[in-house]
Write a protein that binds this ligand. Structure first.
Ligand code: ADP
Length: 403
């Protein structure tokens, strides 16, 4: 059984084709700069070297045509009917979706309805979905939502202390993001610990360009750091995370900045970039090693803010089986992991410096032997999680249709 996973952005389409019999990736690629003359397509086929081509990619229609031509030319998909389904990543499902959904007109309407909550992402996902439907007649399409995993948050965790109508009439609440990644590593962690996920308590840290932390109780998300938008929570590459909301009014009043300018400032010029001028963690380490004090401060702030959330989520959960690091930074930055776990013996947490340097892949336990709490480094795989969830959604649907 083959499943194609699509992640359609405004100017790019990322994809992976899975053979679900052994969950292997047959091909994975990205079509970038759609709409520009310099549109390009890069892909990896099994273990072969990456192929890069300049293409005519004026819109999503052409991008998907290129994609399917490539799958066929490479011999990984000779007929589109070989696809059991296409799994689409959708950033925002609002309160409608707590699990993946087989796409029909009502699902499309609901993804459209929550566009105001994800104005950059949902319209692009819809373009990808509509085009995939046109180009793969009769192939089921499944939407997998970043927000779905966090729909289990209790009201006292997802509500903001703001007037009720802002929630009831305008949807102002915490939704949380990176749900597919948190859900995937939670499953892997439970498997590693030899426990059912439904009995496992975890704190999962997804640290990439965007970053979020989730408290998971008995396999369900009960709190998460990103909020109504992916701006809240941890300090990130270029996003500020938690700050006093009054800073917004102050900047408007004193610097005469417009809302749009403040939005851009908080999203693209803040976080690590705001403090040291750089958002790539590897470059920040190099700058710090070369003596750059701004880079040192960015690293110290980044780790400190994670540690505060870890402490808060320990308090929320009471019992924690494992702390999980994932994402480009979580998986690859031993210095940061050490800083986050330092002086935490009170919580039963201590990491082994050697294991921390070279954790086993794709799942390594870096805690000192004899400590109560496992500290795991787990490589996330959001594409595989989307494929698995899409497959489960199809099977569930088939069971419901049977008399
Ligand atoms: P995205 O959120 O876009 O998926 P990733 O999860 O790939 O991003 O994470 C990107 C971040 O991971 C960048 O800040 C990058 O510097 C960081 N990163 C990648 N490799 C390392 C490494 N070896 N050490 C520290 N940071 C790393």
């Amino acid at each position: 059984m083959k499943i194609l996973v699509l992640n359609a952005g405004s100017s790019s389409v990322k994809y992976s084709l899975f053979d679900m019999s052994d969950r292997s990736v047959l091909i994975a690629g990205i079509i970038e700069r759609i709409g520009e003359d310099s549109a390009s397509h890069r892909y990896n086929l099994g273990k072969a070297d990456q192929v890069k081509l300049d293409i005519a990619g004026r819109n999503h229609q052409q991008a998907l045509q290129v994609l399917f031509q490539t799958l066929s030319a490479c011999g990984v998909l000779n007929d589109r009917r070989e696809l059991a389904c296409i799994g689409h990543r959708v950033v925002h499902g609002g309160e409608y979706f707590c699990e993946p959904a087989l796409i029909d007109e009502q699902v499309i309407e609901r993804i459209t309805e929550v566009i105001p909550l994800a104005p950059l992402h949902n319209p692009a996902h819809l373009q990808g979905i509509q085009e995939a439907i046109r180009q793969t007649e009769n192939v089921p399409q499944v939407a997998v939502f970043d927000t779905a995993f966090h729909q289990t948050l209790p009201d006292y965790a997802f509500r903001y202390p703001l007037p009720n109508d802002l929630y009831t009439q305008h949807g102002v609440r915490r939704y949380g993001f990176h749900g597919t990644s948190h859900r995937y590593v939670a499953g892997q962690a439970a498997h590693y610990l030899g426990k059912p996920l439904s009995e496992t308590n975890l704190i999962t840290l997804h640290l990439g360009n965007g970053a979020s932390v989730t408290a998971i109780e008995n396999g369900e998300s009960i709190d998460t750091s990103m909020g109504m938008t992916p701006l809240e929570g941890l300090m990130m590459g270029s996003r500020c995370g938690d700050i006093d909301p009054a800073i917004h009014f102050y900047l408007g009043r004193t610097l005469n900045l417009s809302n749009a300018a403040i939005e851009a400032l908080f999203n693209r010029e803040s976080g690590c970039k705001g403090i040291c001028g750089e958002n790539d963690m590897r470059a920040i380490h190099r700058m710090a090693e070369a003596g750059d004090d701004h880079a040192r401060l960015a690293l110290a702030m980044y780790a400190y803010r994670i540690k505060k959330y870890i402490g808060a989520y320990f308090a929320v959960l009471g019992r924690v089986d494992a702390l999980v690091f994932t994402g480009g930074i979580g998986e690859n930055d031993p210095w940061l992991r050490e800083q986050c776990c330092r002086d935490m013996t009170l919580f039963g947490m201590a990491i082994d410096p050697q294991k921390n340097q070279t954790p086993s892949r794709p799942c390594g336990n870096i805690s000192q032997s004899g400590t109560r709490l496992a500290v795991l480094v787990i490589a996330t795989d959001e594409e595989l999680e989307i494929a698995v969830q899409a497959q489960e959604c199809l099977e569930k649907q088939k069971r419901q249709v049977k008399p």
